[in-house]
Design a protein around this ligand. Structure first.
Ligand code: SAH
Ligand code: SF4
Length: 356
């Protein structure tokens, strides 16, 4: 089987091909010029183009489905070389900026939510990805390719700012080697040049891996899927809590190096009558004491047969107000793409049903 060139950091590529300076040129063709066949890489010698053609592939993914939501979010289903499918979501946002003359104009800002594994081992009770079980880790190139394909498909100019969130299928810290490699490839100045500070790893709380990531000092941002404020409830929702309880997660976060201007995000999935009360908000304030945190409240997004319900808007607002009143920045995540079921694992499920 041919090797995947997107799996390579620039240094790794330079170590494999001769002369090494060609690595930068190849990176430029692929990531800056969106040229996805070796034959067209005109500044490379013909023999090298042939050698590359014979030994490497560029795009390891094929888009098999694309759904556009009324709110502009776009969900892709990609097929890997071995037939497994993964999903990726593009969330466009309009950002108001002032030009030199002081006029306010709206500029498109993009966030791409990428998958890190086919399925997931963690088995959270509320998550559709968990239901399909775990198949395998994605390679660094398969993670990078999600971004590359979407940028190309949506004609997103090279210099447009893009944020990456590792919040699609899978637990990124359970695939830390490939995920951190993808972060570095995406970050490369001769590649897509997406700074580590524009990339956020979301984790269910693998404490020792959080510490390991912190020691790597990549400058990446961290989001913790907390969802519950006491171990008893968290254990029933997220079995990982038996191995790494809330205290261990909080301790790992406290050690994590974070940019002065940034905060650790705590995601809190709100489920009706389960964790939506002010008492929980109160406990959350205590837990986050001493951490530069921000909280993102997420409406539980029900799916057929799901055991939980979407919370009431009034309860969400009360929860948020309590946190805000106690000095914690809190936002409510606008449920993007509900009409195309753009929450974790839901498009894949739909496609499987359609095809069966
Ligand atoms: N495994 C990582 C990242 C992927 S999950 C993690 O758990 O953080 C990304 C987010 O989707 C998590 O915060 C998860 O709680 C959320 N999620 C899962 N199922 C959901 C649902 N049915 N409705 C809304 N959000 C959901
Ligand atoms: Fe895995 Fe995250 Fe889903 Fe939990 S919420 S099963 S960790 S993908």
């Amino acid at each position: 089987m041919k090797k995947k060139i997107l799996d390579y950091t620039k240094d790794e590529l330079a170590a494999e091909i001769k002369p090494p300076f060609r690595a930068k040129q190849i990176y430029n063709w692929i990531y800056h010029k969106d040229v996805h066949n070796f034959a067209s890489m005109q500044n490379l010698p013909k023999t090298m183009r042939e050698m590359l053609e014979e030994n490497y592939i560029i795009n390891p993914l094929e888009a098999v489905r694309k759904e556009v939501s009324n709110d502009g979010s776009v969900k892709y289903l990609f097929r890997c070389e071995d037939g497994y499918t993964i999903e990726t979501v593009l969330l466009p946002m309009k950002k108001e900026i002032k030009d030199e003359a002081g006029n306010i104009k709206k500029e498109a800002k993009y966030t791409i939510c990428v998958s890190s594994q086919v399925g997931c081992k963690i088995g959270c009770a509320f998550c559709l990805t968990a239901k399909g079980g775990f198949k395998r880790d994605l390679s660094a190139g398969e993670i990078v390719a999600q971004v590359l394909n979407i940028k190309q498909d949506m004609n997103i100019a090279h210099n447009r700012r893009v944020n990456i969130v590792y919040m699609g299928m899978g637990e990124p810290l359970d695939n830390i080697y490939n995920v951190t490699k993808a972060i570095q490839i995406l970050n490369d100045i001769d590649g897509l040049a997406i700074g580590a500070r524009r990339q956020t790893i979301s984790t269910s709380g693998l404490s020792h891996q959080i510490e390991k990531l912190g020691k790597m000092n990549l400058g990446v941002l961290l989001a913790i899927s907390l969802h519950a404020v006491d171990d008893e409830l968290r254990e029933t929702l997220m079995p990982i809590n038996k191995a790494y309880n809330i205290e261990s997660v909080i301790n790992a976060v406290k050690k994590f190096p974070i940019d002065q201007r940034k905060r650790v995000m705590f995601e809190y999935l709100v489920m009706k009558d389960l964790n939506d009360d002010v008492k929980s908000a109160k406990k959350l304030v205590k837990l986050l004491h001493g951490i530069k945190a921000k909280v993102n409240l997420i409406y539980f997004n029900p799916y057929p047969g799901s055991p939980f319900q979407r919370p009431e808007e009034a309860d969400m607002e009360k929860f948020k107000a309590y946190l805000n009143d106690h000095g914690i920045i809190c936002t409510i995540r606008q449920s993007k793409g509900l009409d195309i079921s753009a929450a974790c694992g839901q498009l894949k499920e739909k496609t499987a049903n359609d095809l069966s």
